[in-house]
Design a protein around this ligand. Structure first.
Ligand code: UD1
Ligand code: CA
Length: 489
């Protein structure tokens, strides 16, 4: 229709409710799924429709909700609901917040996060195509418990919506539910909302009553059915929250699979909506790809790996690892059992191995920290090997200091680097060294006293013990020339 292009669209998002059934300190609409609050999903969908205005109605924990709205949708108008409860009152005030707006008003519930843009575009198109006063989105559910039911007359036209708590047993048998999403002509809303009362089981001003009022004044009511009934899911308690998270994740995993990522076990892989996976990424079970993590082509992630706001380069391998705000270069190898904290940056081909923690440190090209180490506030050049058990002592009880390790440095096992300290290019350190002073390029640093063996100490000081017997046997064998079969360690 020609109107489609000319009728302006505004959106009102309902986010003022308390969400009592969540039993939470956090307002319901701020509970996250897929790394984003419920209301953030609804706002993202609203934005995709490019409405002329978006109003968000808040009340419970209004500052926290308003702050989240401002972060995701700075252009939204935040409207405060007053002490009159109910979705009808929320829309009445939201509409006032839109000023003298004339056109179509799409009402979205802040707790219905899974509806897709195409579904809402379809709803708006139905509304305009049918020239309706009200168009509601419905879905037929196997278990409609808790939702408002769509009541139709003998000829199939919508008569009204009845809430679960107000429904007779007969009405409650209806499987067609109100998804809590509607398109109204602004003038129809303005006309009917003042007539909505609070005489119902919850003592609230129900938005759903507008449907019955419009019908009685002879206006046209249209219905769009949700193509995927599961997408109409409303989140009122933690069970529904988990279900919404699962459905969203299934959708996200499928999207990346179709884009070329191998995800072996979709149910055992969680990917936030803002993460991205290149083609030929492989994700093994038990992996969490969270926040704005991006993974380049050919990388292998998992099993049992959690990446939050990380960047993973091409063909990197990250196994059994927990990483946050880390940059893992191309062909780098991480894990198993590595912990990368914010600011850990691994250049191409670098390796962080078993039981290694790295924080705020750069590890250069092809450098390795293979075993049992803590590397914090450290710069490591290229071609370095830190021996097993390396510890950077970066904290002197007052401030953090840096350790700087040059190129091609190889350190002995079990070294402590007491920062601030520098190890020059090509230098080496002995096993067990405690490095407190700078090591010049090419030097060998030793800090452990030379070893002294006190012969016969065990037999003299621990006579009769198993150790003394073993020592005595070894001595006798050597003295009689029978010790040759003993292996060298
Ligand atoms: C509502 C509908 C119900 C529908 C269901 C779909 C009404 C009366 N009922 O029921 O027909 O099947 O959604 O999920 O509309 N809110 C406000 N201000 C308020 C009360 C609620 O902004 O005073 C907001 C809530 O924050 C929430 C949304 O409106 O985002 C829906 O409120 P909720 O109390 O969850 O309604 P339901 O009982 O689920
Ligand atoms: Ca709800």
């Amino acid at each position: 229709m020609s109107e489609t292009g000319t009728t302006p669209l505004a959106v009102i998002v309902l986010a003022a409710g308390q969400g009592t059934r969540m039993r939470s300190r956090l307002p319901k609409v701020l509970h996250p799924i897929g790394g984003r609050p419920l209301v953030g999903h609804v706002l993202a969908t609203a934005q995709a429709l490019a409405p002329v205005r978006i109003a968000v109605v808040v009340r419970h924990e209004r500052d926290r909700v308003a702050e989240a709205v401002g972060r995701s949708t700075p252009e939204a108008v935040v409207v405060d609901q007053d002490e009159i409860p109910g979705t009808g009152r929320a829309v009445e005030l939201g509409l006032a917040g839109l000023g003298d707006f004339a056109g179509d008003v799409l009402v979205l519930s802040g707790d219905v996060p899974l509806l897709e843009v195409a579904t809402l575009e379809g709803l708006v198109a139905t509304h305009r195509g049918r020239d309706a006063a009200v168009t509601l989105l419905s879905a037929v559910l196997a278990d409609p418990t808790g939702y408002g039911r769509v009541l139709r007359d003998a000829s199939g036209d919508v008569e009204r919506i009845v809430e679960q708590k107000d429904a007779t047993d007969h009405e409650a048998e209806v499987a067609e539910i109100n998804a809590g999403v509607y398109v109204f002509r602004a003038d129809a809303l303005r006309r009917h909302l003042p007539d909505v009362g609070q005489a119902n089981a919850q003592g609230e001003k129900y938005l759903t009553d507008v449907v019955g009022l419009a019908r009685r004044s002879g206006e046209r009511i249209a219905v769009g059915q949700a193509p995927d009934p599961a997408a109409a899911l409303g989140v009122n308690d933690r069970v529904q929250l988990a279900e919404a998270a699962r459905l969203l994740n299934a959708r996200t995993v499928r999207r990346w699979q179709l884009a070329g990522a191998s995800i072996l076990d979709p149910a055992a892989t969680w990917i936030d909506v803002d993460a991205s996976l290149a083609p030929d990424v492989t994700v093994l079970p038990g992996s969490y790809i969270l926040g704005a993590t991006s993974i380049a082509a050919g990388a292998v992630i998992g099993p049992d790996t959690s990446l939050t706001d990380c960047e993973v380069g091409e063909d990197a391998v990250v196994r059994r690892t927990d990483a946050t705000l880390a940059v893992i270069g191309p062909r780098a190898s991480v894990g198993p059992f590595s912990y990368l904290r914010p600011g850990a940056t691994l250049a191409a081909g670098a390796k962080v191995g078993t039981f290694v923690e790295v924080k705020n440190s750069q590890i250069g090209e092809d450098s390795k920290v293979p075993h049992l180490s803590y590397v914090g506030d450290t710069t490591i050049g290229r071609g370095v090997n830190l021996g097993a058990g390396a510890i950077t002592a970066n904290y002197d009880d007052v401030t953090k200091h840096r350790t700087e390790i040059g190129d091609e440095v190889h350190t002995g096992s079990h070294n402590v680097f007491v920062a601030p300290v520098r190890i020059g290019d090509g230098a080496k350190t002995g096993a067990g060294a405690v490095i407190r002073k700078d090591v010049p390029a090419g030097a060998l640093a030793l800090s452990v006293a030379p070893q002294r063996n006190i012969e016969g100490w065990v037999e003299n000081n621990r006579p009769g013990t198993a150790a003394a017997t073993a020592a005595e046997n070894a001595r006798t064998a050597q003295e009689t020339g029978h010790g040759t079969q003993r292996q060298e360690g």
